[in-house]
Design a protein around this ligand. Sequence first.
Ligand SMILES: [Zn+2]
Length: 406
Amino acid sequence: MSDLARTVMERCDLLATCSEDPGRITRPFASDAMRRAQNYVHEWMRRAGMQVRRDNVGNLRGRYEGAGPSTLLLGSHLDSVRDAGKYDGPLGVLVGIAAVQRLHDANRRLPFAIEVLAFADEEGLRYGSTYLGSRALAGQLEARDLALTDADGITLASAIESFGGDPARTADDRRQGANLIGYCEVHIEQGPILEARGLPVGIVSAIAGQSRFEIVFAGEAGHAGTVPMDRRRDALTAAAEMVLAVEAIATTEQGLVATVGKLEVEPGAANVIPGRAALSLDVRHADDNVRTRVAEALVARARETARRRKVSVEVRAVSSNPAVQCAPRLVKLLVQAVKDSRQQAIELTSGAGHDAVVMSSLTEVGMLFVRCKGGVSHNPAESVTAADVGVAIDVLSCFVDLIPQE
Ligand SMILES: [Zn+2]
């Protein structure tokens, strides 16, 4: 195992101690826990030969100068969900720093600069709004975001201020697009494919698009003892049929996932026929045409179910985010880098969103996934091996060397 891999593992352990909750990992945006984590990361960036600064929204940015004007961006996020694992986010930041450390130790300068970005918020734990860090960098943070409040009523603007940033100047955080080579993010897979294939890393070809709907069936509430079965307009049985239809339709489409994660039944009493049932629907696929087609089929199915069961249905489209294709140029370089690291190169799609989604509005993006045990994430059981981390560092180092001189 390389010393650098061991260092990254130790650093993940150390960052895990930066938490708001004793005994578990919870590191929200602009918290004391985040400040402690950033103090460590700041020092590690500095030791890797980088100039470090914190922008207004609170991202840490380390820059390793190169000979030319272009810049390659690396990174991931330092915040976490509640009761998180050690690797979702920090691993990508630390592998990026390790790749720069390797250059610094060899006293090498590349024809381009490298910036390692440690985003201040990706998960949206504190403000319920994801990607605050990368959105500021991409120039997408808006005035209405600054007015968001956390559970204690503290606005995003005042959280930024107490963390040392100037909320009036978050527009300055926008990274100018000129001379950017691209953004490459290393992240744990959060899925089971690499483990099943026995591979340490995989190259992401696309990040799935996502459609969300709220579907509300309305029937008629009534007495569970007196209304005969053939006279009922039960909203929940319609919803139940829909839940199973979602599963059945999703199973027929390669690479598609669809989920009903929320179901609210009213009035919600044992002796009352349900008059209203509201369910959430989440549909994801790497191909927007497939996602849209399946989402339309599911909505049609909801209407057909409602008609047949003589209940009404309302479908509200909550959000629709297109898939993000990783740049073929960067995918090709990552494939080559994996092969040069004597590993088998496979491509896979990401079902989860990442900072790379937002960064794709600024520059071309690529991602490298690292195998994680059981595909488990957002959970203290999150686990990666030092050997796999070593491979990820090697691949990222090769990738950086493969980038053509401009
Ligand atoms: Zn993450």
